[in-house]
Design a protein around this ligand. Structure first.
Ligand code: 5GP
Ligand code: ZN
Length: 114
């Protein structure tokens, strides 16, 4: 998707502070972090929202969570606790329409989120 911000980060058109990458996913620090650790894990495949996932994407979503687990361990928040979630559509606060897992940690996280 030529007009997608996160596809541009994948392509290197826009810089990103990449913390993890493999053949299927990429992870980089959020430009406006909401916690000491705030990384976004994205698939290389352009998928706009959770609603656009199909059964063939099941392994890919699993890989996004495995990347989140690895990053949390490397960043030292795995034991204390962290959050890994996706917002879906505007009502939930989604602003970039290429699915991304927010990985947040390094502070106490309230529940429910706002
Ligand atoms: P959403 O609101 O869609 O769930 O999350 C989008 C996230 O992308 C936000 O946390 C926002 O700060 C982050 N973001 C937006 N533009 C950029 C950018 O150009 N670079 C990086 N690294 N993060 C971005
Ligand atoms: Zn995209």
């Amino acid at each position: 998707m030529s007009d997608c911000l996160f596809c541009k980060i994948i392509n290197g058109e826009i810089p990103g502070e990449i913390v993890y990458q493999d053949d299927d996913v990429l992870a980089f620090r959020d430009i406006n972090p909401q916690a000491p650790l705030h990384v976004l894990v994205i698939p290389r495949k352009h998928i706009p929202t959770i609603n656009d996932l199909d059964s063939g994407d099941a392994e890919l979503v699993g890989k996004m969570y495995l990347a989140a687990k690895k990053i949390a361990a490397e960043e030292g928040v795995a034991e204390a606790g962290y959050r890994a979630l996706m917002n879906c559509n505007a009502g939930a606060g989604q602003t970039v329409f290429h699915i991304h897992l927010h990985v947040l940690g390094g502070r106490s996280l309230g529940w429910p989120p706002g």
